[in-house]
Design a protein around this ligand. Structure first.
Ligand code: PGA
Length: 254
């Protein structure tokens, strides 16, 4: 499959009942829908991973929203990549701007997390992007983040990483001015591609999916993800409504 649509459920679904309602609705909305070209991934909070595994819906791939860089041991409160693997996760989000902001995660932490996830056969979804204050230096920020976060990732592993361009100022916004233009997203995509080609060569880089995240909805997906040539989307707010999320998936799948 050459496209991917990922739901970032963030810190939502507050109870077992709410999760079950969500998954039930998701199953209902999936009926009759086919995604021949697109992987549908949902990344859920840790506490829901067991229930998510029991859901056993073959059309949806499971993912998590964070991971620690050791496999086991005395790391109170952390969740290891081995645990994620054993709970059926194939993907994990790393480097999200909300973790960089609220948990003070640095690129060096993200690098360790990526290596640990890959070591356990889990595909990292690496988020990069500038915040409002860095907008003028946007493309340089992306390059810096890629260089640091992928510093120890070899060519043999890079095709298992999804890179998501997610300008921080465009996340969960209702303001149309807060959506980058198609050209801006395309430029970011090209910078990412150029970095990958420089580090890993053309052949390997072609296999890496580059996606967009930040206020993707049915109304914005064409401009943000399709016309800009992205390989998919990372979706926050709209992933809370299965119908809208899957409509976006259908548009990307076309
Ligand atoms: P959003 O979130 O779709 O609500 O903008 C995207 C994200 O933070 O991954």
């Amino acid at each position: 499959m050459n496209k991917i649509v990922i739901g970032n459920l963030k810190m939502n679904l507050q109870s077992i009942e709410e999760r079950e309602r969500y998954l039930k609705e998701f199953s209902k909305e999936l009926i009759g829908k086919k995604f021949q070209n697109t992987e549908i991934v949902l990344c859920l909070p840790f506490v829901h991973l067991e229930g998510f595994k029991k859901w056993k819906n073959k059309k949806v791939i499971r993912g998590a929203l964070n991971v620690f860089w050791e496999d086991k041991g005395s790391f109170t409160g952390e969740i290891s990549p081995l645990m994620l693997k054993n709970f059926g996760c194939q993907y994990v989000v790393v480097g999200h701007s909300e973790r960089r902001k609220y948990a003070r995660e640095e690129d060096s932490d993200v690098n360790l997390k990526i290596i640990a996830a890959l070591r356990n056969g889990i595909k990292p979804i690496l988020c990069v992007g500038e915040n409002a204050g860095q907008k003028a230096r946007g493309l340089n920020i992306i390059l810096e983040q890629l260089k640091n976060c992928l510093s120890e990732v070899s060519g043999g592993k890079i095709e298992n990483i999804i890179i998501c361009y997610e300008p921080v100022w465009a996340i969960s916004s209702n303001n149309p001015d807060h959506l980058p233009t198609t050209n801006e997203i395309m430029s970011a995509g090209l910078i990412i591609k150029k970095f990958l080609v420089g580090k890993y060569g053309v052949k390997i880089s072609e296999k890496v999916k580059i996606i967009y995240g930040g206020s993707v909805s049915v109304a914005t997906v064409k401009q943000a993800c399709v016309e800009s040539g992205m390989d998919g989307a990372l979706i926050g707010r709209e992933s809370l409504t299965p119908r809208e999320f899957l409509k976006i998936g259908e548009i990307i799948n076309q």
